[in-house]
Design a protein around this ligand. Structure first.
Ligand code: ZN
Length: 371
C-alpha cells in the first residue's frame, strides 16, 4: 500500500484503525550472488601454520593472512581470497589517490572464532567473523573483505589527526565509498547495489552502504567523474566539507539526492515495476492493500466523524493538511490487526505529525488508545 502526504506545520496526526489481518511481505534484500572475480596474481610467498604472508603490488605491499584460529577456512582463504586481495589492494590504492599519500604497506587480515557480525577494520588490521564467513563463502565473503580493504586505504583517521577541528566525513559516506568501489569496480556484474521496486522506498542518498554506493555511481556518471577521488582526498586531510558537492557538481548533496531518487522512480514507473498510489500485480498477490488512492478520501474519516473535514485536501496525488485548524486526525475506515505499513511523507522543519495505530473510538483523542 502506499500513502503519500505533504504536511504543513503542526499537521494533525493520522490514526490507523486496525483489526483485520492486513498482510506480511518479506522484504529482505535479496542476497546477490557474488561471481568469481578473475585474478592473475602471483602465488603467496611464504607460509607457516595458519599465517600466510602475501605479497602484492610487485612486492610493495605485504598482506598477512591469519587463519590460525580457523583451520576450516584456511583452504578457502589461501586459495580463493588471497588472489583477490593481492590483485585488488594495489588497485584500490590507485582508485583513491591523493597528494603525497602513502597507503599502508602492511595489512593483517585475521579470521576470528569469537567475533560476531561480519568484519571490522581498525587501522591496518581487518578482523573477520569466522561464523559469518563460513556461511557466506560462496556468496558475499570475498566482497566483504574487499570492502574492509577499502577502509584500510581510506585511512580517514589521518584527517582527524591532521585537522581535529575540521568537519568529519559522515559515516554514511565512508561506507558509501567502500561499497561504491565494491559494487561498481570490484564486482559490477553482481549488480548488488541496484535500486529495485523492493528497496526503492528505503533508497536515500545518505542511507549508507549500497544505496549510497548507487547514488555515488550516479553522481560520478552524471556530474563529476572525479567526485569520489575529491571527497576521499579531502577526508584524508580532515577537510571534508558539504560545499565540495556544490563545487564539483553545481548542486548540493540534497539536491543531487532528490534528483537521483526521482530518476530512479521514473525508471521504475516506466518499467511498470512501481505504481504511485496504486498496487502492482505482485503487491496485490503478496497481500498489500491500498489505503489511499491518490484522488479522494475514499476509506478515510476524521476521528469520531463520518466524513473528512476541509482542512484535509488531496493535492498532486498526496494527502495534504492544508489547514491544521480545520482538519483533525484522519483515520482509516477499515481496521487491521497485524500489518506492515508503507508510506512516503514530507514534513516541514518542526512539524508536528505522526502515525498512531491500533486506535479505537473509545478515548477522547486518538492518542488515548493508540501508541
Ligand atoms: Zn565498512
Amino acid at each position: 500500500m502506499e500513502i503519500k502526504m505533504n504536511s504543513a506545520p503542526h499537521m494533525s496526526l493520522i490514526a490507523l484503525f486496525v483489526s483485520l489481518v492486513l498482510f506480511l511481505s518479506q522484504r529482505s534484500i535479496t542476497a546477490q550472488q557474488e561471481r568469481k572475480s578473475a585474478s592473475d596474481s602471483t602465488a603467496p610467498s611464504t607460509a607457516t601454520e595458519g599465517i600466510k604472508k602475501l605479497s602484492a603490488g610487485s612486492g610493495k605491499y605485504e598482506l598477512l593472512l591469519d587463519t590460525s584460529e580457523t583451520p576450516e577456512l584456511r583452504e578457502w582463504a589461501e586459495n580463493e581470497l588471497a588472489p583477490v586481495m593481492q590483485k585488488w589492494y594495489p588497485e584500490i590504492i590507485q582508485m583513491l589517490p591523493s597528494d603525497g599519500y602513502q597507503a599502508p604497506t602492511n595489512v593483517t587480515i585475521q579470521f576470528s572464532k569469537e567475533m560476531r557480525g561480519v568484519a571490522a577494520t581498525s587501522g591496518t588490521k581487518i578482523r573477520c567473523a569466522a561464523k559469518w564467513f563460513s556461511e557466506n563463502l560462496k556468496g558475499e565473503a570475498k566482497g566483504a573483505v574487499f570492502h574492509e580493504l577499502v577502509h584500510v586505504v581510506q585511512n580517514y583517521g589521518l584527517g582527524r589527526r591532521k585537522n581535529p577541528d575540521g568537519q568529519r566525513m559522515p559515516g554514511w559516506l565512508v561506507e558509501g565509498i567502500a561499497d561504491y568501489l565494491r559494487w561498481y569496480k570490484y564486482e559490477p556484474e553482481s549488480k548488488g547495489a541496484e535500486i529495485t521496486k523492493r528497496n526503492f522506498s528505503r533508497a536515500r542518498y545518505d542511507a549508507s552502504y549500497r544505496p549510497t554506493a548507487n547514488f555515488l555511481n550516479w553522481t560520478v556518471s552524471n556530474y563529476s567523474p572525479e567526485l569520489v577521488v575529491v571527497l576521499n582526498a579531502a577526508a584524508r586531510e580532515g577537510k571534508y566539507n558539504d560545499d565540495l558537492w556544490k563545487e564539483k557538481t553545481g548542486k548540493t548533496v540534497q539536491e543531487l539526492g532528490n534528483e537521483w531518487k526521482t530518476q530512479i522512480e521514473r525508471k521504475l514507473i516506466d518499467a511498470g515495476e512501481l505504481v504511485v498510489n496504486g498496487l502492482t500485480e505482485e503487491e496485490k498477490k503478496a497481500g498489500w492493500k491500498l489505503l489511499f488512492n491518490g484522488k479522494d478520501f475514499d476509506g478515510w474519516h476524521v476521528f469520531k466523524m463520518n466524513s473528512v473535514r476541509p482542512g484535509w485536501q488531496v493535492k498532486d496525488g498526496a494527502l495534504v493538511c492544508a489547514d491544521p485548524h480545520n482538519a483533525g486526525d484522519l483515520c482509516t475506515d477499515q481496521q487491521f490487526d497485524w500489518f506492515e505499513l508503507e508510506l512516503e511523507y514530507n514534513i516541514s522543519a518542526g512539524g508536528n505529525s505522526g502515525i498512531i495505530y491500533h486506535v479505537t473510538d473509545e478515548g477522547g483523542a486518538v492518542w488515548a488508545t493508540g501508541p
